[in-house]
Design a binder for this molecule. Structure first.
Ligand SMILES: [Zn+2]
Length: 234
């Protein structure tokens, strides 16, 4: 069966050549979604402590009066016009949702084995407004969260927090405008919230959106909220 599947993949590859989402070169055998050259060009955090510190710095800057989050992870640093930006853009807006599976798995590899990960009760993706999800056909953070959850053997909960307001895109807004844009945008669904939550988003820029979701989760009863992202844009 597996042989037949591999053969079918090869035939499909001849008809519809698979190209890299970062550089659009043809993918070689064994490469999936992103070529090895692109993956190695991404600015990856060399250790989890450095990522934790860098992410927390963003939250401290955006929301200095709060201790956010308990533990934080980021896979890469995001630079303007680099190949990672192209990949993230394709995942968010280009319909290439399978990139979320791949990147979520890599993020899972970074978090797996951490003592903080063992205490997580469930994984929550940053919700999109229903209208935006219909427009894009999927929520990229939910796909990343599902893949991450599979790697960590945890549940994904999309029912705990809702996006109540249809907000304009955060792109191009100043940090203060971003905070105003997402103010009161999220709220509890009324469902009982576990104590230890890992919140997941695709990119962290100023942290305004993540802070707003964390506040909604805390108001609903979460005690410890950690945060994980594919890329830190700060
Ligand atoms: Zn490439």
């Amino acid at each position: 069966m597996r042989k037949a599947g591999a053969m079918l993949d090869k035939i499909l590859h001849l008809i519809y050549p698979c190209v890299c989402s970062g550089c659009h070169a043809l993918l070689a055998d064994g490469e999936h979604e992103i070529c090895n050259k692109c993956v190695t060009s991404f600015d990856r955090f060399t250790d989890a402590d450095a990522a934790d510190f860098a992410v927390k710095e963003v939250f401290r800057h955006t929301c200095p009066e709060m201790e956010w989050p308990q533990k934080a992870w980021a896979l890469y640093r995001f630079h303007k016009n680099d190949r990672l930006q192209t990949v993230i853009h394709a995942m968010k807006y280009g319909g290439e949702h399978r990139l979320g599976n791949m990147l979520g798995k890599l993020l899972g590899g970074m978090i797996c084995g951490s003592p903080s990960a063992e205490r997580i009760d469930c994984i929550v993706p940053v919700p999109l407004h229903k209208l935006k999800e219909i427009e894009r056909t999927y929520n990229q953070s939910e796909i990343i969260a599902s893949s991450l959850a599979a790697a960590l053997c945890k549940d994904v909960r999309c029912d705990l927090v809702m996006r109540k307001k249809y907000t304009r895109s955060q792109a191009g807004l100043s940090p203060r405008e971003r905070q105003g844009n997402v103010k009161d945008a999220f709220g509890s669904s009324g469902t009982s919230v576990p104590e230890n939550i890992l919140l997941v988003d695709d990119v962290l820029t100023t942290g305004s959106t993540a802070v707003a979701v964390m506040q909604a989760l805390k108001s609903a009863g979460a005690v410890n909220v950690s945060f994980a992202t594919i890329a830190l844009a700060a």
